[in-house]
Design a binder for this molecule. Structure first.
Ligand SMILES: Cc1ncc(COP(=O)(O)O)c(C=O)c1O
Length: 405
């Protein structure tokens, strides 16, 4: 590569650094059996032992012994890789069993698994629009990047409704030709806000205007609803959403994504979704672990109930300390900081002085001026850890040196 070309990359990285957008990662050893404790290789005090407060392994299933054993056993039995794409020798009986389990979890006729939740959204929305010429997506303003990318790649038209604003959604739908295929795309729990969509009102609007619905339950599956089937199931209206999408990576603690829905739609994504078709399928050990996690959480409420109790305690303590959060609706407690540099500074001080790890969430993950610490308790955080966390955060936020920074 010519030097001038390399220089372009260096210049771009410098721009990102100047704008505070350059990403740095904290190398972390998650210690199996000791969650939420981990060891940070750099930046933490003492021996590097820290408490993780920003995990998406919401229920600690990433270290669940049943899931771990299932992964080891399947890996010993079938090897570390699937050996191909789903179409070309990469479908094991475990892939099929997991899809049956997920369809049953959500009360749908079919399911399809993907290498990630991101890919499942991107592939599905792109494929759905291919089947519905002249369709239009109507998308919540705070939808995840994977949903936005799927809509973009489909090249279909799109309209954006204000976050969780059903009056705005209604007014947009009312303007559309009744004959035009419409797909409402939304999430149940919004990751960066920690709030919940008005699912019943949106299902009513979908029915009124004859729209198809695509519901991302990534931050809800395993965690809410009977058997961990998500928020729509908790409200008793899962059958009113055509496609329910989820991840195996958060509540279920492993990796991979999925959709569930009617057979013809799932079949269409299976046959037309490029990022489903042209890639190696999930390894059998991974699929076995996910299957064990889903099955366990279908019959155990302990993790969900404990998470609910811990979330309540965390929200109570934050409220008592007058620490502002964007929402108290869910297990996600986004603490508003409102400035990228200060958010990074607060996070760094929590790590270096208190051994508390919360990654700052800055632009472009959230709009400028709304930078935040996205705090996520788990069933495995002790009550004492919650008290210590809020005390430390209160101290750091209350310190004039940092607030003025
Ligand atoms: C709403 C939403 N959908 C999809 C994804 C992607 O899921 P995965 O991490 O399994 O790729 C995320 C990731 O955090 C998300 O927040």
């Amino acid at each position: 590569m010519p030097n001038e070309t390399l220089l372009k990359f260096e210049e771009k990285m410098q721009v990102l650094k100047n704008d505070g957008l350059y990403r740095t990662f904290l190398p972390l050893d998650r210690c199996a059996g000791m969650f939420p404790t981990a060891v940070a290789r750099t930046g933490a005090p003492g021996n590097g032992s820290i408490v993780v407060w920003c995990t998406n392994d919401y229920l600690g299933m990433g270290q669940n012994p049943l899931a771990t054993d299932a992964m080891i056993q399947a890996t010993r039995e079938f090897g570390v890789g699937s050996g191909g794409s789903r179409n070309i020798s990469g479908t094991t009986h475990l892939h099929v069993e997991l899809e049956c389990e997920l369809a049953s979890l959500h009360g749908k006729d079919a399911a399809l698994i993907f290498s990630s939740g991101y890919v499942s959204n991107e592939a599905s929305l792109t494929a759905i629009a291919q089947v519905l010429p002249d369709s239009i997506f109507i998308s919540d303003a705070l939808n995840h990047a994977s949903l936005i990318q799927g809509i973009r790649n489909s090249r279909a038209d799109k309209m954006v409704f204000r976050h969780n604003d059903t009056d705005h959604l209604d007014s947009l739908l009312a303007k559309l030709d009744p004959q035009r295929p419409k797909i409402i795309v939304l999430e149940s729990v919004y990751s960066m806000e920690g709030d919940v969509a008005p699912l019943k009102a949106i299902a009513d609007l979908a029915e009124k205007y004859g729209a198809m619905t695509f519901l991302d339950e990534v931050h809800a599956v395993g965690i809410y609803g009977p058997e961990g089937a998500g928020v729509a199931a908790e409200f008793g209206i899962a059958d009113r959403f055509d496609i329910i999408q989820g991840t195996l990576a958060k509540g279920f603690g492993t990796v991979g994504g999925y959709i569930t829905g009617p057979v013809p739609v799932v079949d269409a994504v299976r046959s037309l979704g490029n990022s489903f078709i042209f890639t190696t399928s999930l390894p059998p050990g991974n699929v076995a672990a996910a299957l064990a996690a889903v099955r366990w959480l279908r019959q155990s409420n302990v993790e969900r109930e404990t998470l609910r109790r811990k979330s309540r305690l965390l929200h109570e303590r934050l409220q008592r300390a007058a620490i502002p959060v964007t929402s108290r609706d869910t297990h996600i407690a986004p603490v508003m900081i409102g400035d990228g540099a200060r958010c990074t500074a607060v996070s760094k001080r929590l790590l270096t002085e208190f051994g508390i790890y919360v990654q700052p969430v800055n632009f472009p993950s959230v709009p400028r001026g709304t930078e935040r610490l996205r705090v996520t308790p788990t069933p495995l955080h002790s009550d004492e850890e919650i008290e210590r966390f809020v005390q430390a955060l209160d101290q750091v936020l209350g310190d004039a040196r940092w607030m003025a920074a």
